[in-house]
Design a protein around this ligand. Structure first.
Ligand code: FEO
Length: 398
């Protein structure tokens, strides 16, 4: 059986991007893939495309299955360039094809590409496009990931093309959840959710309730592996992530200048590291924001530290907090900490303010501060804060 065959005459025609390590700031240690699909029936449809630099690979994959002028439909579920980047060339090659998308998607495509002369078929949730034995139907999924995002669903195959939802930045020679390494795929699905979808959890919940009404035996996302044997697991994981259900985890992350803030982080770690609680401690000099976002998604409690630099936060701590604030994690207990030299109202208070603006439940109204090297009394205060964060983490999972 062709490795790229989803069902009889339905094929993966995408591109596996082994080398990408930066996806608009998201560090993709395991690479990614841009999944496109081809359905061969009495009519021929292509679902999504690939990033523009990989258009030649896409064309080659299409040519293995059909002549370009035999393609009837180019479905665009999502206009972001990792999926639409090859569309202008596809439109040029597939001279008889119409672009199938919703009205918002048409507008966004026209602001990204010169769509003059493109033939469009604008669809909504009542549209049915018959390919012969199969029908294309559509589910609008606004903000999962952009306003125009939609799913394409084939009822006869109980097959859902879910674009970004349920995807993973994960490169593998395998196509399916039961041929790839499931543990790796689930780890990457969580990282993907934390970094791409977390902000839109509410909208994704609505998407999920729509998807729940569909009979689904295969979910083909636009990144990573295709779900067919572990659909229950990925749906359950999304349900947990969407509801911001925490684990008994404490996350400590900080930057440090002369090790004083690192000493405080160590003391918090010792206090938090009790039976039943998992503690992660990251020096931001060595840890990227993608890992921080991933760990934040499941953490019940956060400790965030920065020394004062120029009356403010150290750059790496500021970067991590700006990124996290944008992702809108919910329901965290938190503490701010760090050392200063002479500007007492500096960096630690800024960290405190940002955590408060993220609606974290703060352990106290003020950060824990050390002037220059932390005294034993300050380290004891950090240790006690760690204990309180651990207690909050235990409480959060009851
Ligand atoms: Fe994979 Fe939102 O694009």
């Amino acid at each position: 059986m062709d490795k790229n065959c989803l069902r009889k005459n339905i094929f993966w025609i995408g591109y596996v991007d082994w080398d990408i390590r930066d996806f608009h700031g998201y560090v993709t240690e395991r690479g990614s893939s841009y999944n496109a699909y081809l359905i061969k029936d009495e009519k021929i449809a292509i679902i999504d495309s690939v990033k523009a630099p990989y258009v030649d690979s896409l064309m080659k994959n299409i040519a293995e299955h059909t002549d370009f002028d035999a393609v009837d439909y180019l479905v665009c579920n999502h206009a972001e360039p990792d999926h639409s980047g090859s569309l202008p060339l596809l439109v040029k090659k597939c001279v008889n094809a119409v672009v199938v998308c919703n009205k918002k998607c048409q507008n966004i495509l026209s602001m990204q590409y010169n769509t003059d002369g493109w033939k469009f078929e604008i669809v909504d949730e009542s549209t049915k496009i018959s390919l012969g034995k199969r029908t294309l139907t559509f589910v609008n999924t606004p903000m999962a990931h952009w306003p125009e995002s939609m799913f394409t669903y084939i009822p006869e195959e109980t097959l859902l093309f879910s674009m970004d939802a349920f995807g993973q930045h994960y490169s593998t020679s395998e196509r399916f959840d039961d041929t790839a390494v499931l543990r790796e795929a689930m780890i990457e699905a969580k990282t993907y959710y934390a970094n791409i979808i977390m902000l839109y959890g509410g909208q994704v919940a609505k998407v999920m309730s729509k998807a729940a009404g569909l009979d689904i035996s295969m979910i083909a996302p636009s990144h990573g592996i295709i779900w067919r044997s572990h659909i229950t697991e990925i749906l359950a994981a999304y349900t947990k992530w969407m509801s911001h259900t925490p684990e008994a985890e404490v996350l400590i992350f900080y930057d440090t200048m002369w090790k004083s803030t690192a000493m405080m982080a160590d003391a918090i770690y010792r206090g938090a590291n009790i039976e039943g609680v998992s503690v992660k401690k990251y020096d931001l000099k060595h840890t990227n924001i993608t890992v921080i976002a991933d760990a934040t998604l499941s953490a019940a409690a956060l400790a965030v530290g920065s020394p004062t630099l120029n009356k403010g936060i150290m750059p790496k701590a500021a970067e991590a907090l700006a990124y996290l604030k944008g992702l809108s994690p919910e329901g965290k207990t938190a503490v701010a900490f760090g050392s200063y030299g002479w500007a007492k109202k500096g960096g630690q208070h800024d960290v405190q303010e940002i955590l408060e603006s993220m609606k974290c439940k703060m352990l106290s109204d003020d950060p824990i501060q050390a002037q220059f090297t932390p005294t034993e009394a300050v380290l004891e205060e950090c240790f006690e804060a760690g204990k309180k964060l651990a207690a909050a983490a235990v409480e959060a999972i009851k």
